[in-house]
Ligand binder design. Sequence first.
Ligand code: NAP
Length: 273
Amino acid sequence: MILVTGATGNAGGAVVQSLAAQGLAGRAVIRSETALPDGIEPVYGDLNQPDSFVDALAGVTGIFLLSGYDRVEELLGNAVRAGVRKVVLLSSSSLDSADISNAVAAYHHAAEEAVQASGLEWTFLRPNSFMSNTLRWLDQVRAGDVIRVQFPEVPVSTIHPRDIADVAVRAFQDGHDGEVLRLTGPVALTPLEQVAILGAGIGRALTAYPMSRSETHDALHASMPPQYASAIEGFFGDGTIDETSVNGTVAQVTGRAPRTLEDWVRENAGLFA
Ligand SMILES: NC(=O)c1ccc[n+]([C@@H]2O[C@H](COP(=O)([O-])OP(=O)(O)OC[C@H]3O[C@@H](n4cnc5c(N)ncnc54)[C@H](OP(=O)(O)O)[C@@H]3O)[C@@H](O)[C@H]2O)c1
């Protein structure tokens, strides 16, 4: 039995789908009622309050865990006492660099440290930016044909959340204990190329407007706390992260080629209607 956190989100939701597709039993930690596939049980809990789902750990062998929540040591202690064997942690490509002064890298680093200290077996997944981040353009697509894009010159080999999920499920089945798996998508694409693929996939003549660095700075700071805005500017504006390189880890672990952005757009085109 695998306990999945973030089960209504892009990554956790994909893990639930991957478990169900393989007929594996799962338990999804959720905060409000949601439809789940056959074989996946809901449990209600708040990740910041590990005591809220301690009973849900009975019979669990593995936890798919998101980073960045409070009292993770308490959650991990509960897991040890419940007899859980392994954690597959959703970490981040930002930990390739040693700079944990970056706020995003810092919370992923803290989660990795806590899991390593817990005594549980672990696999760390360090994926690139998700293809599902394309949804950040949803409001613009609905409003017109011009899509303002940040860091227009930076190619990123974005990854399909389902590929992250398939790797996670393999890590519960096949070992990979103590491994850090750096996960990329199949090809690096600039935001301009990503907008073109989105337009083609939804049958719209979308045009990308390349935002300047100062426009990007203002937009980031208007939409999130300053430490996270600065973190993202550091990654893509100052180049402190490499999400352009492509590696073969998804194919090596899952035995199949990583899904493409065209695949993701085809599956999610209805959301942009
Ligand atoms: N997006 C990227 O490019 C990227 C790249 C690398 C790593 N990551 C990491 O991946 C994580 C997940 O990304 P995502 O796109 O799957 O996020 P998402 O779609 O926003 O999903 C977040 C999930 O966490 C749940 N959640 C949030 N706060 C919670 C709480 N207090 N208690 C219980 N559940 C809670 C949400 O549940 P509700 O539905 O109840 O809100 C939702 O299921 C990110 O947070 C980040 O750390 C992301």
